[in-house]
Design a protein around this ligand. Structure first.
Ligand code: EPU
Length: 432
């Protein structure tokens, strides 16, 4: 397995470019199944999750071609409705195949996605939404089976105990665009990735009103045509690098920033006293943690502060003098990064679904273990800001969601090496 060795102490300095959004690209690639005509999808980040989705589309019968590193062409003339366990188990987002299969084939058999380290991730709302569209849904032998032969437009409330659901909304939207009648989705997730999906579907001939809001109105059409769509840039990647710069005391220009999508982060920056130079789709950040004020943060659905930036915010606050409280409202147990940050000297206590962070003078490099995508990002920015050497294990997590992170950071003169775990000194191998 690959590991990162990072020698801390070099701030993020220079210019970095944000890639396409993984969480927009995954459902959009799935949506190409809604038409037998070719779809060309551009600005797709080159990531293992994307390659896995391409493999899933091929398994379902689509012809998938990679035109260049960031462009995919999908032509789904013929499809089978079965998404197998071997592939689905590797990526929870595979569940977003349910909607397109239902829309196109009126039938789906998608393996039930497995557990997840960031907490329970049920799909009850996806199922509730499809049932509202008059689909028969059953769970048998580890598969979600949908019979949509009687599907019809309806009123769907996409909410549950934890609020709206992003992929659940995507599934119902993708099913409804080819469903006779009108579907109203209330409490729809309004994340930019959902708007990108809806805009892509409209470019294929779908009729969707209310894009960007919590009430989507979809008039089913008989068929959709091919499209040429470019994925929005990744707000979470942008936020991660901005926080990395703030934490390491850098002077970083982040290009391709979807500024309108990171308002909640910019608001926290403002309260913390970070000066930003805002440009056309780019932000320059020039600060150091010692000048910042601690801020409290609560994760919420968009436009609130995203859960996918919570771990990185925890990292940043470990070096800000004073007390900050970070509360997780989307995945209440998503604090796997905390014990690893503690290994680096952070002063953090978990109280229920909150992390209470007392800023320390400095972090010290340590061998740490990445547990999931965003926790690994938090560890990378902590390692860059720490004194001494860190070894981050299980970096396959970070490579699922950050395109070329190793090269992008190396181009900023960060001392980062991507090595085999066999290269780790014997003295630290047994420590994590
Ligand atoms: N939920 C339910 N029932 C459902 C679905 C969700 O109770 O049927 C709950 C979840 O347990 C959670 C909340 O609703 O508490 C929100 O979950 P949601 O369905 O919105 O999450 P998701 O669609 O599975 C996407 C992203 C996640 C991101 C969340 C929240 C993709 C592929 N994944 O997941 O991204 O954290 O929305 O914004 O789009 C990541 O990129 O690291 C990542 C985990």
């Amino acid at each position: 397995m690959k590991v990162f060795r990072i020698e801390g102490g070099t701030p993020l300095q220079g210019t970095i470019e944000v890639s396409g959004a993984k969480n927009a690209a995954l459902p959009i690639l799935a949506a190409t199944l809604l038409t037998p005509e070719p779809c060309v999808i551009r600005n797709v980040p080159n990531l293992s999750d994307i390659r896995l989705m391409a493999e899933l589309l091929e398994t379902l019968g689509a012809n998938v071609e990679r035109l260049d590193a960031n462009t995919w062409k999908v032509e789904a003339k013929k499809l089978t409705p079965v998404a197998p366990y071997e592939l689905v188990k590797q990526m929870r987002a595979s569940i977003c195949l349910l909607g397109p299969l239902v829309g196109r084939l009126r039938k789906a058999q998608v393996s039930f996605p497995g557990g997840c380290v960031i907490g329970p991730r049920p799909i009850d709302l996806h199922i509730k939404g499809l049932r509202k569209l008059n689909c028969e849904v059953s769970i048998e032998a580890g598969f979600v089976n949908v019979d949509a032969s009687e599907i019809e437009g309806s009123d769907v409330f996409m909410g549950g105990r934890m609020g709206s659901t992003v992929t659940g909304t995507a599934n119902v939207v993708m099913a409804a665009v080819l469903t006779p009648g009108i579907t109203h989705i209330e409490n729809a997730a309004a994340e930019p990735e959902i708007s990108d999906l809806c805009n892509m579907l409209v470019s294929m001939g779908a009729k969707i009103e209310g894009i960007g809001g919590h009430h989507l109105i979809i008039e089913g059409v008989k068929k959709l045509h091919g499209t040429n769509h470019s994925i929005i840039s990744d707000r979470i990647e942008a936020g991660t690098y901005l926080m990395g710069a703030a934490m390491s005391g850098g002077d970083l220009t982040v290009k391709n920033v979807p500024c309108a999508y990171i308002r909640a982060l910019l608001d926290r920056f403002e309260d913390s006293g970070i000066d930003l130079e805002m440009g056309q789709n780019q932000i320059r950040i020039n600060t150091e943690p010692k000048k910042l004020r601690p801020v409290d943060t609560i994760t919420l659905p968009f436009p609130g502060f995203p859960t996918d930036l919570q771990a990185q915010m925890c990292s940043l606050m470990t070096l800000v003098d004073g007390l900050s409280i970070i509360t997780e409202r989307i995945y209440p147990n998503r604090f796997m990064h905390v014990p690893e940050l503690q290994r680096m000297g952070a002063d953090i206590a978990i109280e229920g679904n909150s992390a209470i962070i007392k800023g320390v003078e400095s972090l010290s490099g340590a061998p740490v273990m990445a547990s999931d995508l965003r926790a690994s990002a938090a560890l990378v920015i902590a390692a860059i800001s720490a004194k001494g050497e860190s070894w981050i294990q299980r970096i396959y997590h970070i490579e699922r969601g950050y395109e070329r992170i190793h090269q992008k950071l190396a181009e900023l003169n960060i001392k980062i090496d991507r090595l085999d775990d066999s290269d780790m000194p014997a003295s630290i191998k047994g420590l994590v």
